[in-house]
Design a protein around this ligand. Sequence first.
Ligand SMILES: Nc1ncnc2c1ncn2[C@@H]1O[C@H](COP(=O)(O)OP(=O)(O)O)[C@@H](O)[C@H]1O
Ligand SMILES: [Mg+2]
Length: 208
Amino acid sequence: MPFSSDETPTPRQSVFRERREDAINRHLERTPAIYRGSIRIHPDADEWSRLRDDAPLSLFLTGPIGVGKTHTAWQASRQWLATTIGRTGRMPSIETWRSTALFDALRPDNRDYDAKTLTRTLQRADLLFVDDLAAARVSPTGWTQERLYEIFDERYINRRPVLITCDVLPGQISHIVGDRVSSRLGEMCRGGVLLLEGDDRRKGGVAA
Ligand SMILES: Nc1ncnc2c1ncn2[C@@H]1O[C@H](COP(=O)(O)OP(=O)(O)O)[C@@H](O)[C@H]1O
Ligand SMILES: [Mg+2]
């Protein structure tokens, strides 16, 4: 139910506006403090987040450590949320996970999550954002890779977007997520693999 800001909103539009602001604030509350500030992001990430007609469905941010992948992804996810609400009138769900926490949560012996419920939630979320996909030093077991396959295959066949940050390319993570997930990610992110270049900003000396 988009409307322009110079018109007096109808009661229905006011309710919609409130719900939109609530959704954006909830997302901001779930955002780790250092990623909350508004930053300018790479034009391709910006296009993706604004659902431009020729933008890819999914975005895979890659590049060396400290180049700004995670900051870019959080900013892009905020913009994606606002755009999607404006475009569809729906309040989309976003699941955000650091890969190491995700792999832990999907382990068969994890007591905090029910694997079936979590798998379903991650299959159905309107956007799945996984940060630092290749970060795990120990690759997930076959069982966890099976859950990842269930999640990514369901998203793949239903054309549901993913937002990934990773310091290697989709084709180089088979040993972590398994061949089938790696292959699907390659296709889901075709045209949406964005290499961020530059120095490690954590070491300072690089202007924003
Ligand atoms: N667009 C940006 N403008 C200014 N500083 C940034 C920007 N993106 C990232 N940074 C800074 O760069 C550092 C690394 O960012 P981060 O997103 O964690 O990198 P990566 O995920 O690639 O390792 C942080 O200190 C962050 O504050
Ligand atoms: Mg990062």
